[in-house]
Design a protein around this ligand. Structure first.
Ligand code: SF4
Length: 350
């Protein structure tokens, strides 16, 4: 018998001023090695990451592969234990003031691999109805909801309900995954490279769909992608990660128009463009990303930065105001009196 016939979204507890997600000092270190004669080492996948996502916002995370963006997503979802840090969902601590079951309803994730995310033995209708049934919704009601959501994501139930994942295209499968995530009435959806495997035309359709669903259901998104064009299109604010740390964060237009961190500038310069006047001649970043097992001292970007000076290898720059508003960058060039020759004088904001 159904104990909770209707799934309602979790209530808004703190009002609009309270972030939906507040992350402080999030850290994930993976110990590796440590055999009989081998030295034990640590991969610093995510190191002291702090940020907040406001209600109704879309925040993008960008960075090269291995920068820690997907590990951050998994930590936020509590899919792996964290080494340190705190995650608050609408002011609630998961496992204390909020149960893991409630949290799982409040925050859902859509992954890049649309096929691996679905059970190949379940029809599309069963896949979407599965989550609500686990949360106590009766079978018939869960199926009605599944069919409704199929309509919302542009899949006609009479055509797709009885199909299996291998019988639909990649774009259609990703629509199923989005419907499946929405079936629990989440407030926050993490989209981890969710459109990266799709053809460009399908990608555009799915991005438009995400925009429509956000408006209809009052959702908040965390959108992780290596594709800066897509991130600019969908995000209100963007967070740039390098070697497990946040190096720049701010409103997407500010960051695009006036990137303050040399790494962000390099990423933007490396974006493909059709404009012949904007083609880059020289590679924007030299060298490979350093090994996260033994990251460089001080600013982790100093081994590849054209502006690196002595202070950069010695002192790690904190995220600091860069260009006004909520735009922050972790670079000695924006920190007054940091000791970098391009820094503003002490007492003068960047
Ligand atoms: Fe470059 Fe120094 Fe700024 Fe790091 S702190 S990005 S090395 S200038």
């Amino acid at each position: 018998m159904s104990t909770e016939p209707h799934l309602e979204p979790l209530p808004d507890l703190g009002g609009p001023a309270q972030p939906l997600l507040a992350v402080s000092n999030l850290t994930k270190h993976f110990p590796i090695g440590g055999g009989l004669f081998a030295e034990k080492k640590t991969v610093r996948a995510v190191d002291d990451v702090s940020f907040a996502i406001g209600k109704g916002e879309t925040v993008g995370i960008v960075g090269e592969s291995g920068c820690g963006k997907s590990t951050t997503a998994r930590l936020l979802m509590h899919l792996m234990p964290r080494t340190a840090g705190e995650i608050l969902f609408d002011g609630q601590v998961v496992g204390h003031s909020m149960s893991m079951k409630e949290f799982r309803r409040g925050m859902q994730m859509v992954f890049q691999d649309s096929y691996a995310s679905l059970n190949p033995r379940l029809t599309i209708e069963d896949s979407i109805a599965f989550g609500p049934k686990v949360h106590g919704v009766a079978d018939g009601e869960a199926r009605v909801l599944a069919r409704e959501l199929m309509g919302k994501v542009g899949l006609r139930p009479e055509v797709f309900a009885a199909r299996y994942p291998h019988e639909v295209s990649g774009g259609q499968r990703q629509r199923v995954n989005i419907a499946r995530a929405l079936a629990l009435k989440p407030r926050l959806v993490i989209l981890d490279e969710a459109v990266s495997a799709l053809d460009k035309s399908v990608e555009a359709q799915v991005l438009n769909l995400l925009g429509d669903l956000k408006r209809e259901f009052g959702l908040t998104y965390l959108f992780i992608s290596h594709d800066l064009n897509v991130v600019r299109y969908i995000s209100d604010r963007v967070l740039v990660m390098y070697l497990g740390q946040v190096v720049e964060i701010g409103p997407v237009d500010h960051v695009w128009d006036a990137p303050a961190h040399p790494y962000t500038r390099a990423l933007l310069a490396a974006m493909p463009t059709l404009d012949p006047d904007r083609r880059t001649q020289a590679p924007p970043i030299t060298g490979d990303p350093p090994n996260p097992i033994d990251p460089p001292s001080g600013c982790r970007f100093h081994t590849r930065c054209a502006f690196a000076e002595d202070v950069c290898g010695k002192v790690g720059p904190a995220l600091s105001p860069a260009g006004g508003g909520s735009h922050l960058a972790a670079c000695h060039m924006v920190i007054p009196g940091s000791g970098h020759s391009r820094a503003p004088a002490a007492g003068v904001a960047a």
